[in-house]
Design a protein around this ligand. Structure first.
Ligand code: ADP
Length: 636
């Protein structure tokens, strides 16, 4: 009989993440394999509990997912994938044995299917990209040969691709119609005003709705306003207008850590000021709330509450167990009127819209050459190896930093080519490259202006005022910027506090990424000469010039050490040759006084002799965020 179960087991299913925005969730389901179908149920194997069903004849690939489960919050750590039609279902088995049984049995059942894949993706589709090959199109062809008769015990993880050349392709988003299940036209809401800089741009008014006509690249979309006018807009100035997208709400800020939330709320200094932000666990949120009325000595307090979810379906949300809601916006709306277990009601949202608009990837779509006559030069900000940096204003509107490159200091032609791609690296924790003036000598490099200048000077100038939380918050900013470079296969090669900058909101951003390749200075480029950053380099770099995202991780550990020593020089007493010898023998920088044991542990992980044993920036972000979050309050 066709519906006789061949296999039956409780496994965990990952949500399909049909939209890039939607958080992932993991639900336990009873999986039942029959001769014709793979069904899954919520609880019992009865029709009314059925949550999904896949016809075996439509399955194109079943395979183990090469992932150690480290980054997945799912309690089962043995994922496998079922590719059917154009979708991929990810299922997590409780142990290796169970996974092998399912994969092998399913492979046997689909053996004669007509549309089997020849190539597949051995790792997850996650947050808009394939983790294995970094392609950003869901329907992109697989990157590994699919072997239907191969056994389920697979090879170890492949190395993460790290060639700089791969990131350009990654930055192309999928065309609208390729995003499964999405309509071809999509409505967005403007989060900030944007005034068009070129005739082909479209002006945005905060709060107004626009229709996306084309996703030109990750940073620029073509949009239409309510009058039917079309033009380019920066993608980070709008958010999708769909239910469940918290970015539409004034109270939600994605990139705010605990320390930043506390700073923002204290600055407002109003009873009931609050912010909703992401927690370190993917897809869960924290409400940070400011009150003056709790502490006995009249001090101000910020409480952090985790938004909890009930067992679904449907999942519901709550802060206090007695008050449960179908959605987070409903929960917030309720607590705006009722404290109901919180120290105060949620009175005043502090949202991203209250702060200044973020940088755009260039001043307009595909515009990287800047006309020097649009620049006004102001005071000198500093000078480095490549030349003098001045404050400037572009078209009397935007403050910028302008670096005039000394002749002979740089491989200019190569850099100008690369600059087109670097401009597309746009992230709140990376100093934005706006463009270049390449038609003249000296050439100018125009970047985002950072009011407080270099991080190293900033740390030193405030010695004695730092605490562990604020230093860790600096490290978190840098880690997020580096995670973005890592996920685009881009290597910094010269990370250190000297190459990070601080803006007026006291955010720290990574600067000068990849620039070391264009420096024309023998003392800088050869590893034992005095300007080469040996003290920030791992053995594989000072011995063999082998750069990778994992060599950036080593440098990042040294940057953490610089932060927690308030800007001291690492290995102060030693010259380059001595440092090479010390590090080769296993000697490492010692624990700074301001660092806790947990923080020093993280630094030491970055200094593992073997690059593959060091954590990735994605893992470091989670570790740092865990230390930063500490305890959360409970509503009662
Ligand atoms: P280096 O070549 O030594 O890395 P840079 O040439 O990048 O240094 O910068 C020299 C100095 O100019 C920095 O230390 C900083 O004080 C200032 N500066 C550089 N870029 C910016 C910027 N975008 N905003 C503000 N100040 C900057």
């Amino acid at each position: 009989m066709s519906d006789e179960p061949l296999l039956e087991e409780k496994l965990i299913k990952r949500s399909q993440q049909k939209r890039m925005m939607s958080p992932l969730n993991y639900k336990e389901r009873l999986f039942v394999l029959t001769e014709n179908r793979l069904n899954y149920y919520d609880g019992r194997a009865q029709e009314k509990f059925r949550r999904g069903s896949i016809e075996l004849s439509r399955i194109r690939c079943v395979e183990v997912v090469k992932d150690d489960g480290w980054l997945n919050p799912c309690k089962n750590k043995y994922p496998f994938q079922v590719v059917h039609s154009t979708n991929t279902l990810y299922v997590f088995a409780p142990n290796r044995e169970s996974r092998n049984v399912w994969v092998q049995r399913l492979k046997d059942e689909i053996r004669h299917n007509r549309e089997l894949l020849t190539k597949f993706h051995p790792q997850f589709w996650q947050d808009g990209e394939w983790s294995c090959c970094r392609q950003a199109e869901k329907q992109a062809p697989g990157c590994e040969e699919y072997n239907l008769s191969g056994d389920a015990y697979r090879k170890p993880l492949p190395p993460i691709p790290a060639e700089e050349s791969s990131y350009g392709r990654h930055l192309q988003p999928p065309p609208l119609e390729a995003r499964d299940g999405d309509p071809a036209e999509e409505t967005v809401v403007a989060l900030y005003d944007f005034s068009s800089n070129e005739p082909h741009d479209l002006t945005l008014v905060k709060g107004n709705e626009y229709v996306i006509v084309e996703r030109c690249d990750v940073n620029w979309y073509k949009a239409r306003n309510q009058n039917g006018e079309e033009g380019y807009i920066p993608s980070n100035y709008v958010t999708e207008k769909i239910s469940g997208n918290l970015a539409q709400f004034a109270w939600y800020s994605k990139h705010i850590n605990r320390n930043k939330a506390e700073e923002l709320l204290r600055k407002e200094d109003k009873e009931g000021t609050f912010i909703v932000r992401d927690s370190s666990t993917r897809g869960t949120y924290i409400v940070s709330l400011y009150t003056k009325s709790v502490s006995k000595n009249g001090g101000r307090v910020v409480k952090h509450y985790r938004i909890k979810e009930t067992e679904g379906p449907p999942e519901q949300f709550y802060l206090a167990e007695k008050h449960v809601f179908r959605s987070i916006p409903e929960l917030i709306a309720y607590h705006q009127h009722n404290a109901a277990g919180l120290v105060a009601r949620l009175r005043y949202p502090v949202g991203k819209q209250d702060r200044s608009a973020p940088s755009t990837a260039g001043f307009s779509y595909e515009k990287w050459e800047i006309n020097p006559s649009n620049l006004t030069f102001m005071k000198e900000l500093g000078s480095g190896q490549a030349g003098v940096v001045r404050l400037g204003v572009w078209r009397a509107q935007h403050k910028v930093a302008i670096k005039a490159i000394k002749q002979g200091a740089m491989l200019e032609e190569d850099f100008i080519e690369e600059a087109k791609l670097m401009m597309k690296l746009s992230h709140p924790k990376l100093v934005q490259l706006y463009g270049v003036c390449s038609q003249q000598r000296p050439i100018y490099i125009v970047t985002e202006f950072m009011e407080h200048g270099c991080l190293l000077d900033f740390l030193q100038s405030r010695r004695g005022t730092w605490n562990a939380a604020s230093l860790l918050s600096i490290c978190m900013d840098v880690c997020e910027g580096m995670r973005h470079l890592e996920s685009n296969g881009f290597i910094h090669r010269d990370l250190g506090a000297r190459n990070c900058l601080v803006n007026d909101a006291l955010e720290v951003k990574v600067s000068d990424f990849g620039m070391a390749r264009y420096v024309l200075d023998d003392q800088y480029t050869s590893s034992l000469d005095c300007k080469f950053p040996v003290k920030w380099s791992p053995p594989e770099v000072f011995n063999h010039c082998r750069f990778s995202s994992k060599s950036d991780v080593w440098s990042y550990g040294v940057l953490m050490w610089e932060a927690f020593t308030e800007g001291r020089m690492p290995f102060k007493q030693s010259d380059s040759r001595e440092v090479v010898s010390l590090v080769t023998k296993g000697h490492r920088l010692s624990k700074p006084k301001l660092a806790t044991a947990a923080i020093y542990d993280i630094m030491q992980l970055c200094w593992h002799e073997k690059p593959e044993e060091r954590p990735s920036f994605a893992q470091l972000c989670l570790m740092i965020s865990d230390v930063l979050e500490g305890d959360v309050a409970v509503a009662n």
